[in-house]
Design a protein around this ligand. Structure first.
Ligand SMILES: NC(=O)c1ccc[n+]([C@@H]2O[C@H](COP(=O)([O-])OP(=O)(O)OC[C@H]3O[C@@H](n4cnc5c(N)ncnc54)[C@H](OP(=O)(O)O)[C@@H]3O)[C@@H](O)[C@H]2O)c1
Length: 293
């Protein structure tokens, strides 16, 4: 349970939150409220469980009630894309929105920060993202955002997805993406500089399927990234470390993707450093905290 600390709610409190279904697992309230307390900001960030079909009604209500904006998570990222008044380039490129900013003129701005959050986290690990070939496993919303950001940084992007049609649709909307059959992903692994799992394989309570590749065939310089962050050390990352490969987990992406929204809603840059990472890491390890969401 996030510590309420010295949060005082009054008529001047700046409000934001995260809309999802379910949303109880989200660590965003813990992170944003911690940043608010650290910055001495009169603000609050709340989880907002909104069922499919109710997304637009909820957003219009929050706008009318004076919220500054919201994060959007599963399954609403594509609905968010459809209702915004102004789409930032990041959202247009990725075809999804994870951050809504309600402007003072009553308009809704939409951003996608997943891709740049992913890249910022990889760079924070001392790894340059400026060329070479990346293999993305998965073709969902997060894959789209990451593919767009990697292409923008001059990387060659290959995508393999269990459902081929979804990978084809991604490639049709993002020029430069090359689709590889899911079953053939292993054949393109040698020569790749980066492997990114964007599927829910390995996620606690999620799919536990096998990846269609053998890390023994990888170039020794391969960087293996997993955007799943519950658990933080996924089976893929353990497997990669066992082969002596460099790894990047998904927790830093969660932190980096949150920065833009915080700044827009609350008017200050959050501290994207080791302290917030330690806070989230401790929460992920503590089952009671996890149950409480
Ligand atoms: N670290 C972060 O900040 C961050 C941010 C966003 C998302 N995430 C995580 O990233 C993951 C994906 O999120 P998303 O929004 O992209 O979800 P999504 O749009 O629902 O996409 C899910 C992807 O997983 C694949 N998949 C699911 N079960 C599979 C299985 N058994 N075998 C092979 N592929 C399977 C799907 O393939 P099909 O198309 O074949 O179904 C699809 O490519 C989630 O675990 C989410 O928590 C992390």
């Amino acid at each position: 349970m996030p510590d309420a600390g010295n949060i005082r709610i009054d008529g001047h409190t700046l409000l934001a939150g995260v809309i999802g279904w379910p949303v109880a697992h989200s660590r965003s309230p813990l992170m944003h409220n911690w940043w608010l307390r650290q910055g001495g900001i009169n603000g609050a960030y709340v989880p907002l469980p909104v069922a499919p079909g109710q997304f637009e009604t909820a957003v219009r209500g929050l706008l009318a009630a004076g919220f500054r904006g919201v994060n959007v998570t599963i399954p609403h990222k594509e609905s968010a894309y459809r209702i915004v008044d102004r789409l930032h380039r990041s959202a247009r490129r990725s075809g999804s929105v994870n951050t809504l900013v309600f402007d003072s003129d009553g308009k809704i701005e939409g951003y996608s920060t997943d891709g740049d959050g992913f890249v910022a986290n990889v760079e924070a690990h001392g790894i340059a993202v400026n060329g070479g070939r990346a293999l993305l496993l998965g073709a969902g919303g997060a894959a789209r955002a990451i593919a767009a950001s990697l292409l923008d940084r001059g990387m060659e992007v290959l995508v393999a997805n269990r459902t081929r049609a979804r990978a084809d649709a991604l490639a049709a909307s993002l020029e430069g993406v090359v689709v590889v059959d899911w079953a053939q992903a292993g054949s393109v692994l040698p020569g790749c500089a980066m492997l990114v799992n964007t599927t829910s394989i390995g996620m606690e309570g999620g799919a536990q399927a096998q990846f269609p590749l053998d890390l023994a065939q990888a170039d020794p310089a391969l960087v293996v990234c997993d955007i799943v962050y519950v658990p933080r050390r996924t089976g893929l990352l353990e497997w990669a470390a066992g082969h002596g490969l460099r790894t990047v987990d998904g927790l830093g992406m969660l932190i980096h993707q949150a920065g833009l929204g915080f700044e827009k809603w609350f008017g200050a840059k959050p501290d994207i450093g080791p302290a917030v990472e330690a806070l989230l890491d401790a929460d992920l390890r503590h089952p009671r905290a996890r149950d409480a969401g």
